[in-house]
Design a protein around this ligand. Structure first.
Ligand SMILES: C[S@@+](CC[C@H](N)C(=O)[O-])C[C@H]1O[C@@H](n2cnc3c(N)ncnc32)[C@H](O)[C@@H]1O
Length: 517
């Protein structure tokens, strides 16, 4: 056991020292931005968790903070940081037995999924985060919150995932009500070689009784992911100081995120539950939302026109037509992708009765065998075929497809009456108690997009349409007249392939004057 002079850390187990884990250096300007979010004075006890080469420690020292500490798992890096301060310990932040708490914990923790971690750390991560599906940074956040003094500040730069991932629920519980600043950096090119969706946040650990206070959280969202760290620093600080948007950041204020919110979104709250009375419907009450079929290895199953010509009659019966994201043009679909559908073939012997198909698929046998397949599935089957019954029941009906992940500026809900299936990269919505054109117009509106984004339908720079979020999305009580107009304009877009009628839909929705919370 060693003690480190002045350090608030008391144990040091030599055996634990290993190589760096997920070492990526934070640019200086980002460290400067984060250090300037500290509201404590220069005597504050500050810990850099996973201090790497000391990027944060250096800036902290320059800014005059006197009690700075670092912990780093890699021996070499820990030694390196001793040039900046002697208060460095080499150890595992997650398992370390800290003697004191801290006024500030700052840093860029490692990001790595549970499965990619060394075994000892893995156990600690699942123990702290309560799941084997955790990322190591979830455990870093939880441990850091525990290690803060009351009133202490946690300032981290981390991937965006903890704001929506089901397995990060415990993290959101720990941060409940204490978020003061949330800077969504989208996929800005901050780190060398990697562009994860990143956020910088500042959390303040307040006693529970103060959590309901009326302190607002400041939310910034980057407009240009190509912005340099220098511009990010300058314009983030400007937005925070002036409390308003600028050329690089959107800005708004709201109550701090609460654990009870399903997802934490950096888009303004946008809900129309206040205001106009009338009948509220969820999409799932008027339509069925289905996920697409997943092959797990498209190359083996997609069939082009040339291949198709050489197939026998019975082989052709195995071909099904699918809509993929690229076929969703917004309002209408264009083209289709043809796949060989093998899930009704029970065994390899039966598959051999379709010699051309057998020949094509078995070329990829080794790749297909390593796919994750549910029990009972053969190597030549599709990976996941959910909602098949309902999809097939409605093959002749109106169907609306939408890409599950989309970078387009406008929603691309696309209607078709063709006998087509949903591929894995789209959702398929089957309207049953609603006019399909009204639903199409509504889902493609700016109004719905804003509402949807504020409810968390976002991954990095993209909008994510999930079965759950779409099913739960609400349709406000439009007047009959408005519904008919929306339906009429959506039909015009669809029939004439003319997107100009989109604006008319927007105008009709605006005229309904829903009030937003
Ligand atoms: C993303 S890097 C950031 C380094 C530095 N703070 C910076 O911002 O430039 C994360 C650092 O945490 C260290 N690390 C990873 N797991 C750790 C653990 N369990 N305890 C302490 N340090 C750890 C890594 O070795 C790496 O140096």
């Amino acid at each position: 056991m060693k003690t480190v002079r002045n350090a608030a850390i008391t144990e040091w187990n030599e055996e634990e020292i290993i190589e760096p884990i997920s070492m990526v250096e934070t640019p200086r300007e980002i460290c400067e931005l984060m250090v300037s979010l500290i509201s404590k004075d220069s005597d504050a006890r500050i810990l850099d968790a996973g201090c790497g080469k000391g990027a944060f420690l250096r800036v902290l020292k320059e800014k005059g903070f006197k009690n700075i500490f670092g912990i780093e798992i890699s021996k070499n890096l820990a030694e390196y940081c001793k040039r900046i301060t002697e208060n460095i310990v080499c150890g595992d932040f997650l398992r370390y037995n800290f003697a004191y708490k801290y006024d500030v914990i700052i840093g860029n923790p490692p990001y790595a999924h549970f499965n990619d971690l060394p075994s000892g750390i893995r156990e600690e991560v699942s123990h702290i985060a309560g799941t084997k599906e955790s990322d190591i940074y979830y455990a870093f956040i939880i441990k850091a919150v525990e290690l803060l003094e009351e009133g202490g500040e946690l300032i981290f730069i981390v991937p965006y995932g903890f704001t929506y991932n089901t397995f990060a629920k415990k993290v959101r519980k720990y941060l409940d009500g204490g978020m003061e600043i949330f800077i969504d950096l989208d996929e800005a090119h901050i780190f060398e070689g990697e562009n994860p969706e990143t956020v910088i946040f500042k959390y303040v650990k307040r006693p529970f009784t103060e959590k309901s206070g009326d302190k607002l959280m400041k939310v910034l969202r980057l407009k240009d992911k190509n912005a340099s760290p220098r511009r990010i620093k300058i314009f983030a600080l400007k937005a925070l100081k002036e409390r308003k948007a600028n050329e690089l950041f959107h800005y708004f204020e709201r109550k701090p995120f609460s654990f009870t919110e399903k997802v934490w979104s950096s888009f303004p709250e946008f809900s129309f539950t206040v205001g106009k009375g009338g009948e509220w419907k969820k999409v799932k009450e008027v339509a069925k939302v289905c996920v697409g079929f997943v092959t797990g290895f498209d190359k083996a199953f997609i069939i082009d026109k040339n291949d198709e010509e050489s197939l026998t009659e019975s082989e052709r019966k195995l071909i099904k037509r699918f809509i993929k994201a690229k076929n969703c043009k917004g309002f209408w679909t264009e083209g289709e992708v043809r796949y060989i559908f093998t899930n009704d073939i029970a065994n390899e012997e039966d598959l051999r009765r379709f010699p051309n198909i057998f020949e094509k698929i078995s070329r990829y046998k080794s790749e297909m065998q390593v796919r994750y397949l549910p029990k009972g599935k053969k190597w030549f089957h599709w990976q996941a075929v959910r909602n098949r019954e309902i999809v097939e029941k409605h093959l002749n009906a109106a169907k609306i497809f939408v890409p599950t992940l989309d970078r387009s500026e406008k929603n691309r809900f696309s209607l078709t009456y063709d006998e087509v299936y949903p591929s894995g990269d789209v959702l398929m919505i089957i309207p049953h108690q609603i006019d399909e054109f009204f639903l199409l117009g509504f889902l493609n509106s700016e109004f719905f997009r804003k509402y949807y984004l504020s409810n968390g339908g976002r991954r990095g720079g993209r909008i994510a349409f999930t079965q759950k979020l779409i099913s739960e999305a609400e349709i406000p009580p439009f007047s009959e007249e408005a519904k008919q107009k929306i339906s009429k304009f959506a039909k015009l877009v669809y029939v004439r392939r003319d997107l100009r009628y989109r604006n008319e839909i927007e105008r009709v929705i605006d005229a309904e004057k829903f009030h937003f919370a």
